[in-house]
Design a protein around this ligand. Structure first.
Ligand code: HEM
Length: 310
């Protein structure tokens, strides 16, 4: 592909936040790849076009291919950093890997549209897949996680969303694509809500109501933002774009954590810092109040890659 031409990215990768979301995880049937390639391209194109049709409700989405399924679907080329989810465990802190072949992520400010599109996508896949997991996310209060803390404040803004999330010249064939990591976290809210607010704030590293970042010297080494605010060997900030939203029901609820990034290293290093901690063992105390039920690694190629690969 001409390095001067930016292939069209799938619009959900860098989109701004929405009120509602639907997450569909599929596993593919065997020996159907020649039908699957045009099918995923059609679905990605359909989602892309709906973003225009429903622009007043900010519809967006993407289709991503699982790390373990990639070579089956696209045997001729693989994104250079695509690898299975980096499962980790230390003490009671667990980040298991549960992989899926395909992930369809759709978001909109109207839930009825999402419901229709989710059914349509499922129909388009008929005979090719099994739907193995489905969740629906929602905006909680003023974009807060169910812990009551605003989530997404320090996300990249404006043009830098693309710079952080999309592969560029470093892997020309996959320009405009993005590495996606998903973890479904189930919160222990009764335990969390028993914690005094000041202690909750120490766990996050920001104030709760006003969402103000702690001064550097006041951030506990075990606070979430201390653990995930990392620099590389050249002193540059390692960033990801988070597209997480609360999900669930009274029975089970938490955060659908979604990272999109131009590399797969930044997410992995942050998760290591949360689970294993620093050299003194200071791990992320947020992990005492939430449990990762899944961990999946995908790549969301550009729309043009999928159409060309049909
Ligand atoms: C920041 C919540 C998991 C990476 C934050 C903030 C909250 C939060 C409340 C502060 C506001 C903001 O800047 O968005 C949560 C919850 C999680 C979770 C409830 C799971 C239950 C993760 C994971 C990662 C991560 C798994 C990466 C592996 C980040 C990053 C920031 C952040 C990079 C911005 C830090 C900064 O620059 O200040 N998170 N998070 N989070 N989180 Fe998480």
């Amino acid at each position: 592909m001409d390095s001067q031409v930016m292939p069209r990215e799938q619009l959900g990768v860098c989109a701004e936040g929405n009120l509602h979301s639907v997450y569909l995880m599929f596993n593919a049937n065997e020996n159907i790849e020649s039908d699957m390639r045009p099918c995923v391209a059609n679905i990605a194109q359909y989602i892309f076009e709906l973003a225009d049709q429903y622009s007043d409700s900010a519809f967006n989405g993407f289709v991503a291919i699982g790390a373990n399924y990639w070579d089956t679907l696209y045997p001729n080329a693989r994104p250079s950093q695509l690898k299975p989810f980096p499962a980790m465990n230390k003490g009671t802190r667990d980040a298991p890997a549960i992989e899926y072949d395909l992930f369809v992520h759709i978001r909109c400010d109207r839930f009825d549209i999402l419901h229709l599109v989710a059914n349509e996508v499922n129909q388009m896949f008929e005979g090719l897949v099994e739907l193995v997991d489905e969740e629906r996310g929602f905006r909680f209060l003023d974009a807060r996680d169910l812990t009551g803390f605003v989530d997404g404040t320090e996300n990249p803004k404006g043009r830098s969303r693309q710079e952080v999330a999309l592969v560029a010249e470093e892997d020309l064939q996959f320009k405009g694509g993005s590495y996606i990591h998903v973890q479904k976290f189930a919160h222990n809210l009764s335990k969390w809500n028993r914690l005094p607010v000041k202690k909750q704030e120490d766990v996050i590293g920001r104030t709760k109501v006003d969402n103000i970042e702690y001064a550097s010297q006041d951030k506990p080494l075990t606070s979430h933002i201390k653990r995930v605010n990392l620099k590389d060997s050249e002193g540059k900030s390692m960033e990801i774009l988070r597209q997480s939203m609360p999900y669930g029901s009274v029975k089970e609820q938490g955060l659908m954590f979604i990272s999109t990034c131009r590399n797969s290293v930044n997410f992995e290093k942050m998760l290591e810092s949360m689970v294993y901690g620093d050299s003194e063992g200071n791990h992320d105390h947020l992990m005492h109040f939430t449990q990762a039920l899944t961990g999946s690694s995908f790549f969301a190629p550009s729309l043009d890659f999928m159409i060309k690969a049909e």
